[in-house]
Design a binder for this molecule. Structure first.
Ligand SMILES: [Zn+2]
Length: 564
């Protein structure tokens, strides 16, 4: 008989041979006749897996798992289905997203404009009277194959005449209906003088030649932030439900854990709420987050953050929720750059970044730094090398997040420091023209997936959802493997194999979060987070990878989505 992989790792199994009652030691559930893509150190494929309590007990052949079972064990025949570890998004602002989740229609990965309208209409029809319909980013017209035209005011009104509608394309622009204009007190028609005198949101409205609102609002990030201020508040009770439904949605697309990097506009109550739900044993998604709740921009903000870093301690949570790092934006003037512009911090900005990083290193904090451009990344690496001489950062696993344009030389510096890199799939939504205009063919290497893979640096894949990017991990995997945007265009010349992409979305991300001994693979002893798929990730034609849907998602031994 071949060895069962669990024998060495799980002492409890060894005890079986020592006469302990098998009832005490048998698995609660076994899953047989499957294709278990374990993503263990050998990327081994097994036929069956056993779960006991919250954790995996063993993997092996169906026969071996049957031998472990007793009368109390539930046996599930997978019928040949493929199982992968629960997927991990290393950059998803999901806590913030829960705030208006009940209002939201998600358009992640939708490639038809007509279908997008249908999804929005169905969501609007399902909402109680008067409740706003929203779609807060995660999509762009560039992802549509049928038409990339603007949505019109007439189309928005047809979605819902009796409730305000606000749909936001990434952080670029938005569309709203007549009811929204009325709710905000912005006139639909305005003459030239009124347009010239308009302020705030009213000044963002795109009007046609006759002064009538087209339904579109321009103005990027500031417009979106201002519009948010006009959203109706959500009650605390509704917020609790919102967290649960949002997390179930993430389970339904295969996610079992996220690294949440806080974000602009996040409300601090969000963290407390998630801890309360976790305490009641009702979280279905593991959330490891940063010390967020503000966007430090001034020396005073920096001092406040330092005081908070000194007053807090990371890693005090549990398997479901924990505060694990400082970031992603701890001093905006130092490192909050964009897809084409680097930061040019002044001496004072560098001073405050140094102070924040120093306080973090002293306090044993991991740090996640938003940095996209090589010039910005250089500033960060210069500071980190300086601090490393006093407080070695390797044990703290500092990460550069996004790192879209990181160079091979910088990856080498990252490797020597023992830092990590988080790469994001946001190019998959298309609309890359500004990046190609700015960088030329070099844009095909952004982010440098292959270079990172071959550098030996610890890196993982994420999205930057839920506003700046779509959140479906199968869309991310498909993009990393094919190099394509949703509209079919090849935008990426550096691609990964299916194995590499899956590792980067599972155990590599577990490592970024110090959780590699608990999640990221189907391995005896690890928490039983796994996803049963409707088709074989390893074998379907490449273009089908983005269509893969979970049949069931298990978190900590509990099926939280679907059925088996
Ligand atoms: Zn960021």
């Amino acid at each position: 008989m071949s060895t069962i992989r669990g024998l060495i790792a799980v002492p409890v199994l060894l005890a079986l041979g020592h006469g302990l009652s098998s009832a005490q030691e048998a698995p609660d559930r076994i899953f047989i006749n499957g294709k278990i893509v374990t993503v263990d150190d050998y990327f081994s494929i097994q036929e069956a897996v056993a779960v006991r309590g919250e954790r995996f007990l063993a993997t092996g052949s169906s026969e071996e798992m049957r031998a472990l079972a007793d009368a109390g064990t539930t046996v599930t025949d997978l019928g040949g289905r493929t199982v992968i570890p629960g997927l991990i998004d290393n950059h998803n602002h999901v806590i913030r997203a829960t705030e208006y989740w009940p209002n939201e229609a998600r358009l992640d990965g939708v490639t038809s404009r007509a279908e997008a309208l249908e999804i929005l209409k169905a969501k609007g029809d399902a909402l109680p009277d008067g409740v706003w319909l929203m779609s807060l980013g995660g999509w762009s017209e560039a992802q549509f194959l049928d038409s990339q035209e603007n949505f019109t005011l007439a189309e928005l009104d047809a979605l819902a005449a009796d409730r305000p509608v606000f749909i936001q394309a990434l952080y670029s622009h938005a569309y709203a209906n007549t009811a929204w204009f009325e709710a905000m007190g912005i006139p639909l028609s305005a003459n030239a003088d009124e347009q010239a005198a308009a302020e705030g949101l009213a000044a963002r409205v795109v009007r046609d030649g006759s002064g009538r609102a087209t339904g579109r609002l321009n103005g990027g990030f500031p417009m979106v932030e201002e519009a948010l201020l006009g959203f109706p508040p959500v009650s605390p009770e509704a917020q609790v439900e919102a967290v649960k439904t949002a997390f179930l949605h993430l389970n339904s697309i295969g996610l079992t854990a996220v690294y949440d990097p806080a974000g602009v506009g996040i409300r601090r109550e969000g963290y407390a709420r998630i801890r309360e739900i976790a305490a009641e044993g009702e979280l279905t998604l593991r959330v490891y987050h940063t010390l967020g709740g503000s966007m430090p921009r001034t020396p005073q903000d920096a001092q406040d953050l330092i005081a908070e870093i000194e007053a807090s301690k990371p890693f005090q949570g549990d398997d479901f929720v924990d505060l694990i790092a400082v970031g992603e934006i701890y001093y905006a003037p130092f490192h909050w750059d964009g897809t084409t512009e680097a930061m040019e911090p002044g001496e004072e900005d560098i001073h405050w970044a140094r102070e924040i990083l120093l306080a973090s290193a002293r306090g044993g904090w991991s740090v996640q730094t938003h940095a996209v451009q090589p010039a910005t990344i250089d500033h960060l690496l210069d500071l980190t090398e300086e601090l490393n001489a006093v407080h070695p950062v390797r044990p703290l696993r500092w990460t550069i997040t996004h790192a879209d344009n990181i160079t091979a030389e910088q990856l080498e510096r990252v490797r020597r420091l023992g830092m990590n890199v988080q790469l994001r799939s946001n190019p998959v939504m298309g609309g890359r023209e500004p990046v190609f205009e700015h960088f030329g063919d070099a844009a095909y290497h952004m982010p440098p997936l292959r270079t990172a893979q071959e550098s030996g640096v610890s890196y993982g894949l994420g999205t930057d959802g839920t506003k700046a990017a779509q959140i479906n991990p199968f869309v991310t995997l498909w993009w990393a493997i094919t190099g394509k945007a949703l509209n079919g265009e090849v935008i990426q010349h550096q691609t990964l194999t299916r194995e590499e992409a899956l590792i980067a979305t599972t155990r590599a991300n577990a490592h970024l979060m110090f959780m590699e001994h608990d999640i990221g693979a189907i391995k005896p002893g690890l928490l039983a987070d796994m996803v049963v798929l409707d088709r074989d990730y390893m074998a379907v034609p490449e273009d089908e990878i983005k269509e893969i849907r979970p049949v069931a998602t298990m978190v900590g031994g509990r099926i939280v989505y679907g059925e088996l």
